[in-house]
Write a protein that binds this ligand. Structure first.
Ligand code: NAP
Length: 186
């Protein structure tokens, strides 16, 4: 069964990047990116334009994702170069309501997970439409005070799982829905 999962690293105070879109605070935490197997279960990904541009700027080799990728943008952005095998990465630019593209994204996953890479508002757009199932956070032992927010919405969550992979605390939450206090009184 396919899930739509916002899977991201965050600071303890809830930022996924600093105000200049730097991830230095994250990249210096471990020599090798830790692996919990999540990526193996992903069938398609979706990200916002800022995240896409960050990936392109920091590419050290070919496009890193093998699954179909959606990039939400109002602009005409460039594609990365083809890999050594000559294959152009499967990147689809889209705009507007995420619900307009959701069926196509889910179909592309082939019953695997749809990974919402970020940013936080994009994950929020999925939550707004009731399309976000889970949030998995890798919390780094850092506070930044300001930056790009993890998820600028008001939502109730249910804790499903918690663990650690030093120096990160890992938590998996189910998205229950809009904050109870925001629901209209019966
Ligand atoms: N810590 C982590 O693991 C992690 C994970 C992901 C991202 N990041 C970082 O966090 C930062 C996130 O940046 P961000 O918050 O600005 O978010 P973002 O989601 O990456 O980019 C936001 C931009 O995406 C476009 N967009 C979003 N929704 C759209 C829609 N429905 N239709 C059309 N265009 C849409 C708009 O750009 P245009 O209108 O200009 O096209 C918008 O300004 C980046 O620096 C990224 O590298 C960190």
């Amino acid at each position: 069964m396919s899930r739509t999962v916002y899977y991201t690293a965050t600071t303890l105070d809830g930022f996924i990047a600093d105000p200049n879109d730097s991830l230095e605070w994250l990249l210096r935490q471990t020599e090798e990116p830790p692996d919990d197997g999540f990526i193996d279960g992903v069938g398609a990904i979706v990200m916002g334009a800022t995240t896409y541009e960050w990936v392109l700027r920091n590419l050290d080799g070919p496009w890193p994702y093998e699954v179909p990728a959606w990039v939400m943008t109002h602009r005409k952005l460039s594609l990365p170069e083809a890999g050594k095998d000559g294959k152009t990465p499967d990147i689809r630019f889209a705009k507007g309501s995420v619900s307009d593209h959701y069926f196509e994204m889910c179909t592309a996953t082939g019953d695997h997970d749809l990974w919402v890479i970020g940013g936080g508002d994009l994950a929020g757009q999925f939550a707004d439409e009731g399309l976000l199932d889970e949030i998995i956070t890798w919390t780094a032992p850092v506070v930044l005070g300001k930056g790009r927010p993890l998820l600028p919405r008001r939502l109730d969550l249910e804790l499903l799982e918690v663990g650690s992979s030093a120096p990160f605390v890992i938590a998996r939450h189910r998205v229950v829905g809009p904050l109870l206090e925001d629901s209209p009184a019966e």
